[in-house]
Design a protein around this ligand. Structure first.
Ligand code: SAM
Length: 275
């Protein structure tokens, strides 16, 4: 019998991946955690029925969330990732030789443990000696750390449960306080096709705290609609052109200096969401 693992993406849309087997299933204190072995996307992590990471396309998301903001900073020494318990964003952060300390603040210790076991190619960065893994609520953590980080990355689940507060104005005001001068924040901000309201909400929250805001897009085949957005904020201008050699030394598969520059070209339908 065929095994299909589906994400229900609203009343009329589903994404189904034919799978070989379910490798792990548990219900943690925060969510249902499922790891499946799919035929076309490799192993996949699902939380509460939504695809978070697949081995085949995760590099696009993690590279675009991490490298655009880190390359926009002249010396990103201390970096905070909120959420991101799979480790993919941290793996990209530690590619930057300037990074001295990278802190992962993931609320659910079970996500980190399960990804270390079943998705080692994603979780590999968690073992870097510069990485400190904390299992705390990112909202409380950020309030307690003023002027501490050069870059803050928000790699959260959808705005439900403990992630709701990560989309608010007060959270971005706290991020601003937690940044050092010249600091940059960047968040995954959902799909411009399916979650226009969330794209807009994150944009307004970032704008309420920072003078500069950049909305940019990347293709993500296993996320709703296949097109995803990220929103960066800073009080310094985010550079359109970055050092090509510094970018080449990251040895990435999606992000390059040219992709960075192209990210500033926003299609009008997406720009209209945040105007
Ligand atoms: N790439 C993913 C996506 O957009 O589908 C996000 C992946 S990552 C697994 C999201 C993580 O955010 C989850 O493991 C969840 O436990 C964590 N999270 C949610 N709310 C949080 C909070 N308030 N503080 C810290 N981590 C949180």
């Amino acid at each position: 019998m065929e095994l299909w693992i589906e994400e229900i993406q609203g009343q009329d849309v589903r994404l189904g991946l034919r799978s070989k087997t379910v490798l792990h299933r548990e219900v943690s204190e925060f969510q249902e955690i499922l790891v499946v072995d799919t035929l076309s996307y490799g192993r996949a992590l699902m939380l509460d029925g939504t695809f978070q990471v697949t081995e085949k396309d995760e590099f696009v998301y993690h590279e675009m969330l991490a490298h655009l903001p880190l390359m926009s900073h002249p010396a990103p020494r201390r970096v905070l990732v909120i959420g991101g318990g799979d480790g993919g964003t941290i793996r990209e952060v530690v590619r930057h030789p300037e990074v001295e300390e990278a802190i992962l603040c993931e609320i659910d210790p079970r996500v980190t443990a399960v990804c270390r076991e079943y998705l080692p190619s994603v979780a590999s960065g968690l073992s870097d000696p510069r990485v400190k893994v904390l299992h705390e609520d990112g909202i409380a953590y950020i309030e307690q750390h003023e002027g501490a980080f050069d870059v803050i990355l928000i790699d959260s689940t959808d705005p439900v449960g403990p992630a709701v507060g990560l989309y608010s104005e007060s959270f971005y005001a706290a991020c601003k306080r937690a940044l050092r001068p010249g600091g940059i924040v960047c968040a995954q901000s959902e799909s411009p096709f399916v979650n226009g309201d969330v794209v807009r909400r994150v944009s307004l929250s970032v704008k309420s705290a920072f003078s500069q805001r950049l909305l940019y897009l990347a293709p993500l085949p296993t996320y709703p609609s296949g097109l995803w957005s990220f929103t960066a904020g800073s009080d310094h201008e985010l550079p359109r052109v970055v050092d090509k050699e510094r970018a080449a030394r990251l040895f990435t598969r999606y992000y390059t200096a040219a992709v960075h520059e192209a990210a500033f070209a926003l299609p009008p339908f997406a720009a209209a969401l945040v105007e």
